[in-house]
Write a protein that binds this ligand. Structure first.
Ligand code: ZN
Length: 225
């Protein structure tokens, strides 16, 4: 039984793209789900437009969590697309703090090879924060794919995403799509990979890969049973 789940993502919307339906399923099965979003998620606009956009993104993140039934949301303000300029230790310590607070059995985060630098930085920080020291709570560490970042990394440039862990989300895709709709301005028109159609196609293909109607796919980082 997974009692507590922590999802660590770089930008508002990554968490839904990567594992939104899985979160909805965890909530339905009685797990406590906590979402940590590390970076501001808005462009380099000047204040006061920047503050306004930031408030809108945060409101969207809360709405998206609401669609999934997630009540625990922490928003940090690391610089968007510049997390490589921040000391890794600072990022690790923020994640460790939340792990200490919510004691997750399972942690979900970005794939190591995404195009986006913040995704890779968050991946590295989560791996560091999840060092399996004696008595450590995390039993499952899983890496998700983020449409328009994971598949845009050429396979010769980094080991490609090779899922080996599939979550049957056949009943939960509508919640994922509703959560993505909360991020309206971040979604694009098909055939962009960050469109409702492409997300639906991907869930269908990941599902078909393992004989279910819809799935979210992950790479297993580590399991301790
Ligand atoms: Zn992102």
């Amino acid at each position: 039984m997974i009692n507590s789940v922590l999802v660590v993502a770089a930008h508002p919307d990554d968490e839904v793209l990567g594992c939104g339906a899985t979160m909805a399923r965890h909530v339905a099965e009685g797990s406590r789900v906590t979402v940590l979003l590390m970076a501001v998620g808005v462009g380099a606009r000047e204040p006061p437009d920047r503050a306004k956009e930031l408030a809108a993104r945060h409101a969207a993140a809360r709405r998206a969590c609401g669609e999934l039934g997630v009540t625990e949301l922490t928003l940090l303000a690391y610089p968007d697309n510049r997390m490589d300029q921040v000391a890794l230790l600072d990022i690790v310590q923020d994640i460790e703090k939340l792990i200490g607070a919510c004691q997750p059995d399972a942690v979900y985060t970005h794939h190591a090879g995404d195009v986006n630098i913040d995704h890779r930085r968050v991946h590295d920080a989560v791996v560091a924060a999840c060092r399996p020291q004696p008595g450590f709570c995390v039993r499952q560490l899983l890496f998700f794919e983020t449409p328009s970042s994971t598949e845009w990394r050429p396979s010769a440039s980094f080991p490609p995403f090779a899922p080996d862990w599939f979550v049957d989300v056949s009943g939960y895709l509508p919640q994922k799509l509703a959560a993505l709709a909360a991020y309206g301005d971040e979604m694009r028109a098909f055939p962009h990979p960050r469109s409702a159609e492409a997300v639906t196609h991907l869930a269908g293909w990941r599902g078909a890969t393992v004989g279910v109607v819809a799935a979210e796919a992950f790479e297993l980082g580590r399991a301790i049973i």
